[in-house]
Design a protein around this ligand. Sequence first.
Ligand SMILES: NC(=O)c1ccc[n+]([C@@H]2O[C@H](COP(=O)([O-])OP(=O)(O)OC[C@H]3O[C@@H](n4cnc5c(N)ncnc54)[C@H](OP(=O)(O)O)[C@@H]3O)[C@@H](O)[C@H]2O)c1
Length: 309
Amino acid sequence: MDTTNGTIITLLLGSIGLYSLYKLLQKLRSGDYVRGAVVVITGATSGLGKECAKVFYAVGAHLVLCGRSKEKLEELVEELTQMQLKTTQPHKPHIVIFDLSDVEAVKLAAKEILQLTGRVDILINNAGISYRGTILDTKISVDKMIMDTNYFGPVALTKALIPSMIKKRRGHVVVISSVQGKISIPFRSAYSASKHATQAFFDCLRAEMASYEIEVTVISPGYIKTNLSLNAVTGDGSNYGVMDKNTAEGRMPEEVAQTILQSVNEKRKDVLVAGLLPTLAVYLRTLTPTIFFSIMAARAKKEAKPKSS
Ligand SMILES: NC(=O)c1ccc[n+]([C@@H]2O[C@H](COP(=O)([O-])OP(=O)(O)OC[C@H]3O[C@@H](n4cnc5c(N)ncnc54)[C@H](OP(=O)(O)O)[C@@H]3O)[C@@H](O)[C@H]2O)c1
């Protein structure tokens, strides 16, 4: 009995040791993957994009920070260059200003990025906008604006930059989708639709780019404590302007940014960054859709606002 226990403990400790060694080697090797890499981040002016900028800068990435506000991007560059870094030689970040919902502006921005850096190693399609409203009361122009920002913008930027990656036979495209890219919840139709489309497009891209050795990572987070709900639009296009409870209680953006760095390093393909309930909901939607649809119908009924007469 004692010998059996001893063998089990030895095997267990051996396995833990081997796993730790594997993780350490992976970490050491992964430093090289991002160090010195040209990393383009959209939506770097706020929330998750800003935290990604800090995390990738700290490991020696050569950043191109994209956004709509020159002032906010310049402030971020200032903040980054003040960071005390122990191990890496920092590269001064570039900034590129454009509106992601304007496809022509996106194409010009891609040209500018390539002129500035000569190449893109990692593209992080992070920028996005959220929405709150009922399908019946939402103007089609709002549906289109959400699709332009969350779907056509990242698609246009990726299409404009990927030929340069193919030429170099090196590249990694990351897109920040959402749990709502895997399941639709009531009163988020336009947002959910844009993220489902994102998941589908980048899954296709992964398959088509495999022969060029270009990696594609789709990150699907649950709630993150950012300004996403404050910046969301409503059905008539006005600002929602509310910090939702779920968002306020969400994961810290710096924690999610670390997960993104790790996922890039490990070249993971599809990453769900969510707690138990949203994860269960994703499985429920696939395995027992009827139950999932009943739960969502009950939720819609509960959350529906009474119409003022
Ligand atoms: N927070 C969450 O709970 C959560 C959960 C899952 C997924 N996500 C995703 O995470 C990503 C980052 O969002 P966040 O949470 O960090 O929200 P956020 O704080 O509101 O940041 C959104 C970023 O996107 C930029 N952006 C919006 N519309 C743009 C446009 N037309 N052109 C260029 N940039 C635009 C914003 O720029 P401005 O400063 O110019 O407005 C801002 O930098 C989004 O794709 C979002 O869908 C967030």
